[in-house]
Design a protein around this ligand. Structure first.
Ligand code: M3L
Length: 246
């Protein structure tokens, strides 16, 4: 934090933010929409009925994995641009200094498209899919499990329960996703810093060889710290929206 602040001032912390903000609505709609509909298909009960007849954890897991799998393709280009911008550490353009490679998210998207073709925008998408499919299953299992545990039979969970269960669901999901998150980000930066990986497995093997197994825990603390508030609010919004419009 101190280094980012000294080198790039407060603005450094907001690098690559506009794209995730624009994408979050789309990505979460796909995730929660697919999850709810998959659960509806599997259990043939609506959201309201599910309080009285809770679905099995297997169904929750499968519906979460389906949501995770499909949202990964919507997330991939936005996430790629975020990672490319976050890894660009030059200070903001000053007169006389060389211009940074990407001037902003739109410029970054256009440059990737020109330099690497439309498929370039999906670089790292496979690693992202591997990261998100099982860990979003874990996400919904943790959430539903905790809500069930702390809610009297047949009732809706209270706001406090939703906030805490959502927060822990985020942590459980991020803790399990961090190893593949490290690999995903490396694949997205592939070729830019001279390293070229032959695939996800090659990236894993060479990262472990060079840095040891600890490499899989990079960013674990920051991911978990961020996960609690973000997912507490996400699930509270989800529950409220379903109650109003469900
Ligand atoms: C699966 N994975 C852990 C990557 C994300 C799970 C939580 C998703 C949420 N939008 C967030 O950004 O925290």
């Amino acid at each position: 934090m101190v280094r980012i602040y000294r080198h790039e001032s407060l603005l450094g912390f907001f690098k690559g933010m506009s794209f995730p903000v624009a994408s979050i609505a789309v990505v979460n709609s796909v995730l929660f929409g697919v999850y709810s509909n998959a659960l509806l298909l599997l259990t043939a009960t609506s959201h309201q009925e599910r309080r009285a007849q809770p679905p099995s954890y297997m169904h929750i897991f499968l519906a979460g994995c389906t949501g995770g799998f499909l949202q990964a393709y919507f997330l991939a280009p936005f996430d790629l641009i975020k990672v490319r911008l976050q890894n660009q550490t030059e200070p903001r353009a000053q007169p006389g200094s060389p211009r940074p490679r990407y001037q902003g998210p739109m410029h970054c998207a256009a440059s990737i498209f020109q330099e690497e073709g439309p498929r370039g925008l999906f670089r790292g998408a496979w690693a992202l899919t591997l990261r998100d499919t099982p860990t979003l299953g874990i996400y919904f299992i943790t959430y539903e499990g905790l809500c069930h545990q702390y809610t009297p039979e047949g009732q809706n969970p209270s706001s406090a329960t939703v906030l805490v269960a959502g927060g822990f669901a985020g942590i459980a999901s991020w803790v399990t996703a961090t190893p593949l998150d490290v690999i995903k980000s490396r694949m997205q930066m592939d070729g830019l810093r001279g390293k070229v990986y032959r695939g996800v497995l090659d990236c894993m093997v060479s990262s472990v060889r060079q840095e040891g197994v600890g490499v899989f825990l990079r960013g674990l603390t920051i991911n978990s710290a961020r996960a609690f508030p973000v997912n507490a609010v996400t699930f509270l919004s989800y529950e409220y929206l379903l109650r109003w419009w469900g």
